[in-house]
Design a protein around this ligand. Structure first.
Ligand SMILES: Nc1nc2c(ncn2[C@@H]2O[C@H](COP(=O)(O)OP(=O)(O)OP(=O)(O)O)[C@@H](O)[C@H]2O)c(=O)[nH]1
Ligand SMILES: [Mg+2]
Length: 210
């Protein structure tokens, strides 16, 4: 089983990207486990197209507990994948206990996952540099030496000139630009998921002596 975390600040498009990836992996419906403080986790089958449409339409959908999305095994995957759609990391002191618990859980998963998809809202970058929360996510992923992709989402909101400028500024991060809303640039991320999965699968088989 391969564990991929989708992490970032609130409202950057983590949930929409998670369902876009599930769809690209051929899933029509997914098994989702939702965690909320002190509650027994709830299990739900979600129709992927419906979830995508709801999120594209911009309906209010703040993720307050980690959602574990199961992606079944396919020919290209080699082994099942678990996507963690996480709670937006924020320094907002006013957030409620559910959100704080969700952030703690997100950090627990971050230090044990096999692959990090770090999502940033490209349309809200100030001073042409990453927010300190994003710098911290980047540094922690690098120190863990875990496969990592910096994803600049909402590129549909950028002018071509602005995107070129950001691409230059973020060169050292090897950032990829996508629009989860318009399904642009997402399929290379599916290939990263597949590749990481295959590498880990082969390594596990080698460890078992197969
Ligand atoms: N323009 C544009 N809007 C997007 C894009 N991706 C997501 N959104 C919008 O951004 C909002 C938040 O999307 P979510 O997927 O819920 O974001 P999130 O990071 O999961 O948010 P939290 O769970 O609150 O942390 C929704 O209104 C989406 O429609 C994009 O590529 N372009
Ligand atoms: Mg969300």
């Amino acid at each position: 089983m391969n564990h991929c975390i989708v992490i970032g600040q609130p409202n950057v498009g983590k949930t929409l990207l998670s369902f876009r990836l599930a769809k690209l992996c051929g899933m029509k419906s997914v098994f989702v486990i939702k965690e909320l403080l002190r509650d027994v986790p709830t299990e739900q089958v979600i129709i992927v197209n419906e979830a995508v449409q709801t999120l594209v339409n911009g309906c209010e959908h703040s993720t307050v507990g980690v959602q574990t999305i199961g992606i079944g095994m396919s020919q290209t995957m080699g082994q099942p994948v678990v996507l963690y759609d996480t709670v937006g990391l924020s320094e907002d002191a006013m957030m409620n206990i559910h959100h704080r618990h969700g952030m703690t859980r997100t950090l627990q998963l971050f230090i044990s996952c096999d692959l990090v998809f770090h999502v940033v809202d490209a349309s809200t970058l100030h001073d042409d540099k990453l927010h300190s929360i994003d710098e911290q996510i980047y540094s922690l992923a690098k120190s863990r030496k875990v496969p990592y992709v910096l994803i600049m989402n909402k590129m549909d909101l950028l002018s071509t000139k602005r995107q070129r400028r950001l691409e230059g500024m973020l060169r050292r991060y090897k950032a990829v630009f996508i629009s989860a809303k318009y399904d642009q640039g997402v399929s290379p991320l599916k290939h990263v998921l597949e590749r990481t999965n295959m590498v880990n699968y082969s390594y596990a088989a080698w460890m078992r002596g197969n």
